[in-house]
Write a protein that binds this ligand. Structure first.
Ligand SMILES: [Mg+2]
Length: 291
């Protein structure tokens, strides 16, 4: 009887031991302007480096992003060959990083939470380091899972040099594909790039970092990433809105609202205190939540 009571009580309290954070538009607000600048740079890369017609770029970029997680992953899938580092330098090199300011509130908040804390982003290592440095958060995380963690550099193409573009006839026409009435019956080409929201990418990231999804809170601004994480057992926090969409266990307007929106995160300290006073009064209570 006593055991049942304890068991039920404990089951109702999420037993977190890890916080997994997306980077862009999660640890800083969308209003910083980095996302818009990044999108413009991707479009410029498609025009200047891959020779994509300007009139097709917005639709093509949108279709690739929707179907492959990132435009970059989609470009590789449909047949464009390019150097990953060159791509990242081009799209991130000119971002308005100075719009990001040190965030001591977030820093103190993160340091006060006694859990494992990791970054999980589709962005590359240099960009991640720059953003964390600008926000003053570089020492707040145990580890970073980024583009390079999940993707090995491609073999140098034997048929293309840096200046050469793939002839358009060899590129899969995804715009034409989705213009066909029976497109759901046809399979899209597969990308060699591993990134969210692919379940394989998330599973791999969890394995690399030795993370148990059942005891991990996953913070993300992307609903599709949240939903993929939820399917894999993560407890999810949609960041950037107070509207809790399907797949999100919690929703917070700003990453600053973590403790208010998820008071369970404070259970570690509260449970320790409760346990102490309970033991003094010889009352049987559940053991404290471990962090
Ligand atoms: Mg994001």
């Amino acid at each position: 009887m006593e055991y049942d009571k304890c068991y039920r009580s404990k089951a109702q309290i999420p037993n977190f031991d890890c916080l997994l954070f997306d980077l862009d538009d999660t640890l800083y607000p969308l209003s910083s302007g980095l996302a818009t600048a990044c999108k413009n740079n991707i479009h410029a890369y498609m025009a200047e480096k891959l020779g994509v017609e300007n009139s097709k770029i917005p639709e093509l970029s949108n279709l690739l992003y929707k179907n492959y997680g990132t435009t970059m992953a989609g470009l590789r899938a449909i047949g464009y060959d390019f150097d990953y580092d060159e791509y990242h330098r081009f799209v991130h090199g000119r971002l308005p990083y100075d719009n990001l300011k040190p965030d001591p509130i977030l820093r103190n908040l993160l340091l006060s939470l006694p859990y494992r804390k990791l970054i999980f982003t589709n962005a590359d290592r240099d960009h991640t380091a720059k953003v964390l440095n600008k926000l003053g958060l570089e020492d707040c995380f145990e580890g970073i899972i980024c583009f390079e963690t999940l993707n090995t550099p491609p073999q140098k193409s034997s048929v293309l040099d840096e200046k050469e573009h793939i002839p358009s006839s060899e590129v899969f026409d995804i715009i034409a594909h989705f213009s066909q009435p029976n497109y759901p019956l046809m399979e899209l080409p597969i990308t060699p790039i591993v990134c969210k929201p692919s379940e394989a990418a998330i599973e791999w990231a969890l394995k690399i970092a030795n993370i148990d999804p059942q005891t991990t809170l996953f913070f993300e601004d992307s609903l599709r990433n949240i939903q993929a994480g939820k399917r894999l057992g993560l407890q999810t926090v949609l960041v950037g809105t107070s509207h809790r969409s399907k797949g999100a266990d919690y929703a917070i307007e700003s990453i600053h609202n973590i403790k208010e929106a998820i008071p369970e995160l404070c259970e570690v300290e509260m449970k320790s205190e409760l346990n102490y006073s309970a033991n003094n009064n010889s009352v049987a209570v559940e053991t404290s939540v471990t962090a």
